[in-house]
Write a protein that binds this ligand. Structure first.
Ligand code: PEP
Length: 253
């Protein structure tokens, strides 16, 4: 059965000292919590923080993710960091295809395909993001947009590799805007995505993939969003920078 997952995307926030303090505060909250924590917890701090944060969290409580990796294996690519390098210092998941990377760094479906392949080859989990912009939502093309993002970057994968993915639906108009998709909009799209996966990979794989919602999720709206049948957790930006807020969301999942 699929697992609920709460993942925090810190983006380009926190100094090293702040990041280590945030990760360790979260780890302590989870450790000290008396009830059951059902959800898997992932954090994706900035690259510069990963190695040190690895030392202050326990893998059984928090999974460490990177926000990006190179689409190349190795070589003369100044400034890039490979999937193999991430794996070598204990990263277990990588966010791929975030809308900010698609938009500001021109990441195409072809590039995302290469990244997904490298993440899987290095035994890590891709957290694959898809999402439509406001114009596409308003003109009613959002279902087609999401279907092609998934098909183009992922449908070359054999079923056993595909089943290792986490999918995050992140409507661009809801990211960092304070505007959240309604729980009906989120459920509608998540059910649509699961159906797209079912058509290609069959019921069992589709039912077992975690599909996270991302876009201004915070303690005040998380409970309702996470209660939807096909919403299996959240990818959280802003609210993941506050250990209390992030932990509140974790408890709802
Ligand atoms: C994100 O960037 O993945 C995100 C969902 O951000 P926020 O929660 O701040 O909207």
């Amino acid at each position: 059965m699929r697992k609920n997952i709460i993942a925090g995307n810190w983006k380009m926030h926190t100094s090293l000292r702040e990041g280590v303090a945030l990760a360790s505060a979260l780890d302590k909250k989870i450790q000290k919590h008396e009830g059951n924590i059902e959800a898997g917890v992932i954090i994706a701090p900035p690259l510069t923080h990963l190695s040190l944060i690895k030392q202050v969290i326990k893998e059984e409580r928090i999974c460490l993710a990177a926000q990006n990796c190179s689409s190349e294996i190795k070589g003369a690519y100044t400034g890039e960091v490979s999937a193999k390098m991430l794996k070598s210092f204990g990263v277990n998941a990588v966010i791929i295809g975030h809308s900010e990377r698609r938009e500001y760094f021109n990441e195409t479906d072809e590039i995302l395909t290469k990244k997904v392949n490298l993440v899987l080859e290095n035994d890590m989990k891709p957290i694959f993001c898809c999402g439509e912009n406001l114009g596409q939502r308003e003109e009613g093309t959002h279902f087609g947009v999401i279907k092609s993002q998934i098909q183009n970057a992922l449908f070359h994968l054999p079923a056993n590799d595909f089943s290792k993915l986490i999918i995050a639906y992140e409507p661009i108009w809801a990211i960092g805007t304070g505007v959240t998709a309604s729980s009906e909009q989120a459920q509608e799209m998540h059910a649509f995505i699961r159906n797209v996966l079912k058509e290609k990979y069959g019921k069992e794989i589709a039912e077992n993939i975690s599909i996270l919602y991302g876009g201004s999720m915070k303690p005040a709206n998380a409970k309702e969003l996470l209660a939807q049948t096909d919403v299996d957790g959240g990818l959280i930006g802003g609210a993941s920078l506050d250990a209390d807020d992030f932990f509140e969301i974790i408890k709802f999942a």
